[in-house]
Design a binder for this molecule. Sequence first.
Ligand code: HEM
Length: 406
Amino acid sequence: MTVIPAGEINLLEDTWAREVPHDQFTRLRREDPVHWHDVPGGHDGFFAVTRHADIKAVSRDPELFSTELGSFLIRDQAPESLEALRLVLLGMDAPRYSRYRSLVSAGFTPRVIRRLATRIREQAADLVATIPAGGTVEFVEEIAARLPVETICEMIGVPAGDERLVFEWSNRMAGGQDPDLSGGRADSDLAAAEIYAYCDALVAERRVRPREDILTTLVHAEVEGDRLTPDEINMFFVLLCVAGNETTRNLLSQTVLALAEHPQVRAELAAGTEDDALWATATEEFLRWSGSIHNFRRTATRDTVLRGVPIRAGQKVVTYYTSANRDEEVFTDPFTLDVRRTPNEHLAFGGGGPHFCLGAGLARTQINSLIRELLRRHPEFALAGSPRRVRSDFINGLKYLPVGFG
Ligand code: HEM
């Protein structure tokens, strides 16, 4: 196996603003599956892990590959940011992690999602009904962004009418690498301060008037006899808002783009809108085809070896789900969009370790409901301009997708 020189691979944000670098990933999987990648600007480099099997192995060994030690982000964080990220579920290790996960997981059981499914289908139908026949819409803002924000706000307990606020805060916080979505670090910090203040006010209200929502659960929950601190509740609130919004929005937009580019697949789906089995496999294929999160980072807790490559304690390991989802060792014809693909062991929701996506069931229901309803009403659609990608090496985002409907 050859080792590809560092300068020949670039997996940082400018690359992704243009395209998903599948060519680079194909080469990495074949020639250098645990590749050393430099990071400019005084940050330490990292190992880019690109094969499905290795990503699963890293994700499922949290003692060796920690999230808490150096966070889940590629770039090194200032000490105060690192402390803040350790308050987020996604940034914790066991044993603390397990207690916090169990606090929110009750809000996301299959039973809860089944109960919500009818409501989600109604929301999807209402949204699709706003598309004028023969009209053009900017799909990201007008359709894709609205469904996830409506559902998650309702689950958390954000008052009706405030969804727009949450949507804008979450954009400004998560769009940090793209100047069109965020005013940079300072603006993203300001958005965080605003959302924390908003959350504090809701929390105060729930203390006196509990309801059946996730916020009430967090306010009254105890971890080892202690109530969650205001900071911890804030971080939970933000995680749920951001994780539940950006991801599903982008998956919906990317799927519409993929179907505009694959008219035969679109026709097959449009002809089978009442075929539940087809829509179950199609939903998984949409997730494989354009998963919303490209990677997460872990930090080695001790010296180890991964696929023959020595990794020292403290070094960063970045697992690329986007690459795993095209791994030719796992998927037949990985570059074919096959909506009947089965089995389909994609890693869009992570490599299957403890941090496996909490919202996977919810996201599946939202994707299935919205895309299906869209094809019921509008079997024909086409791009009405060039889509624009979000400049981010973390989120597989679209910020502009004009679509003309028949
Ligand atoms: C298409 C949609 C989505 C995708 C592709 C996605 C992807 C992911 C991925 C890759 C992870 C990390 C897994 C790991 O480290 O092994 C994750 C974690 C998480 N996701 Fe999602 N997600 C989606 C939708 C949602 C939704 C709708 C929610 C709802 C609130 C959500 C909440 C979370 C939370 C809370 C975590 C952290 C779990 C933990 O640390 O235990 N996600 N997601």
